[in-house]
Ligand binder design. Structure first.
Ligand code: NAD
Length: 498
């Protein structure tokens, strides 16, 4: 069985850790690899490699850094299917979905090809007599990323291309559930000609994460994962003096107004609720039809679609949704469905007991639809991260907005309507970081930035795009005067223009 290596200083290094974790193919339930859970000393080696590469990389002209990014982007484009296969084999998502994931990651690399433009400073002539000022952005140094299982290629690419294009060097700690996609991409990164040590990958769990959070030479940490761990990472990292952006969990609502096209709204909910088996931080897990009549029509449209959902392994080209990532996660999702039934929600379509033919040991849960879910139920309050859509019937638009604003998460949301006034008011008043108007999964493109509000993001910066550039750089402002402008005599008052 394959044992996965760390990638430090440009070479594959076998971990000497005594602790390991199994990696599974979620469609078959078979173990596919062994992942050593690296030690703090191995993280230290990766940081040392990143430190060694830093001075030259930070002093490489941005245009030359961008040229590496161009080569990297071409290689990623040429190898998208290979990356997608690596994603599907360990995550379970369908091939088409995995290709989409890779492409959204590549778009961040594409954004980074324009990095000289984004790193351009500002210059002010004559801020005082004979005095000019300019501001520039410096890289931070060695920075690190800790990533979740659900986008094993894209989420790391939200981080290291931006950090590296800005002149930093990087240590990545991928999810232990699907570590292989990052290895495939690392090969392409090397082939693109980036110097050794600019990107390093250390596999592991809490031991490596804690070592990152307290390492004196790690200047900033990007984290994406569940809210309790995001909060822990933010607190621990900032306590150790680091810059931290920690993106957490979500419960995304989609409001369906009475004037919406019900068929289109139902189609949108199918993709957003069940795509990737609901294992997306931007998945819609709550539909909020406004008015009883809207609710009846929506549930009537949804139910046959959910029953007809094609669930199967990624190797099945017909499959619209794959298995869940691990057996434990499957059991957790099944437990949530049980809890919804016990709490009195109406189970319209029951995905429990679903078996994919020929894949009986896979971690499959069928599409599940609940109606008449209420605010006090666990299935409403908590993130399920599975193919379970809850319908919360709302008596009015105002009630729908209040519901969303009072939820602890504020990652994404959407409204489906033909009414421009309602859509504009919704976008204005909703306390959520990413809003879709007739767009169910409003993940911002790479040249905007991604980030939720409330307990979906800890820290001051969203990820990638312009906010990513700010996160991975710090500002320096230089004020200069040349001998001709310098007057004789000491000045003891605070300097002013006069
Ligand atoms: P997770 O929090 O379990 O793991 C994320 C990372 O943290 C992994 O690398 C893991 O090894 C590490 N980790 C886990 N437990 C830890 C601990 N006790 N101490 C230190 N490190 C620990 O998340 P997951 O299950 O891999 O991913 C799913 C979650 O990620 C969902 O909650 C989802 O909403 C969230 N997510 C959020 C976004 C976003 O942009 N807001 C994007 C993708 C996923």
């Amino acid at each position: 069985m394959q044992t996965i290596s760390n990638l430090i200083g440009g070479v594959a290094v076998q971990s000497t850790s005594q602790r390991t974790a199994p990696v599974f193919n979620p469609a078959t339930g078979e173990q596919s690899a062994v992942l050593p859970l690296s030690t703090a000393a191995e993280l230290d080696d990766a940081v040392a490699a990143a430190r060694a590469a830093l001075p030259d990389w930070a002093n490489t002209p941005p245009l030359r850094r961008a040229r590496h990014m161009f080569r990297f982007k071409h290689l990623l484009d040429a190898n998208t299917d290979r990356i997608a296969d690596a994603i599907s084999a360990e995550h379970g998502k369908t091939h088409g979905d995995a290709v989409g994931e890779a492409q959204r990651g590549i778009e961040v690399v594409e954004f980074c090809c324009g990095i000289p433009q984004l790193l351009k400073g500002e210059f002010s002539r004559l801020v005082g007599p004979s005095v000019d000022a300019h501001s520039i952005r410096h890289p931070l140094g060695v920075v690190a990323g800790i990533t979740p299982f659900n986008f094993p290629a894209m989420v790391p690419m939200w981080m290291y291309p931006v950090a590296i294009a800005c002149g930093n060097t990087f240590v990545l700690k991928p999810s232990e559930k699907d570590p292989s996609a990052s290895g495939v991409i690392f090969e392409l990164f090397r082939e693109a000609g980036f110097p050794d040590g600019v990107l390093n990958i250390v596999h592991g769990d809490k031991e490596v994460v804690d070592a990152i959070l307290t390492h004196p030479y790690v200047k900033a940490v990007s984290f994406v994962g569940s809210t309790p761990i995001a909060e822990y990472v933010y607190r621990t990292g900032t306590h150790a003096g680091k810059r931290v952006q920690a993106l957490g969990g979500a419960k995304n609502h989609m409001v369906v107004m009475p004037d919406a096209d019900m068929d289109k709204a139902a189609d949108a909910l199918m993709g957003a609720g069940y795509g990737s088996a609901g294992e997306r931080c931007m998945a819609v897990s709550v539909a909020v039809p406004v008015g009883e009549e809207t609710a009846d029509k929506l549930v009537e449209s949804l139910a046959p679609r959910v029953r007809a959902l094609k669930v199967g392994p990624a190797s099945d080209p017909e499959a619209e949704m794959g298995p869940l990532v691990t057996k434990e996660h499957m059991q957790k999702v099944l437990g949530y469905i049980d809890s919804g039934v016990e709490a009195g929600a109406e189970l319209v379509v029951d995905g429990r007991g679903f078996k994919a033919q020929g894949y009986e040991d896979g971690y499959f849960v069928g599409g599940t639809l609940f109606d008449r879910v209420t605010e006090t139920m666990r299935i409403y309050k908590e993130e399920i991260f599975g193919p379970v859509l809850s319908v919360v019937r709302s008596p009015s638009y105002d009630h729908a907005v209040k519901l969303i604003n009072e939820h602890e998460y504020g990652n994404g949301t959407a409204i489906f309507t033909r009414d421009g006034d309602a859509a504009r008011a919704f976008a204005d008043h909703i306390e959520v970081g990413m809003v879709g108007v007739n767009v169910p999964i409003p993940v911002p493109v790479a040249y905007h930035s991604f980030g939720g509000w409330k307990r979906s993001l800890f820290g001051d910066h969203s990820i990638y795009g312009p906010e990513g550039v700010h996160f991975y750089t710090r500002l320096k402002t230089i004020t200069s005067r040349w001998p001709e402008g310098i007057k004789s005599g000491a000045v003891f008052n605070f300097p002013t223009m006069n």
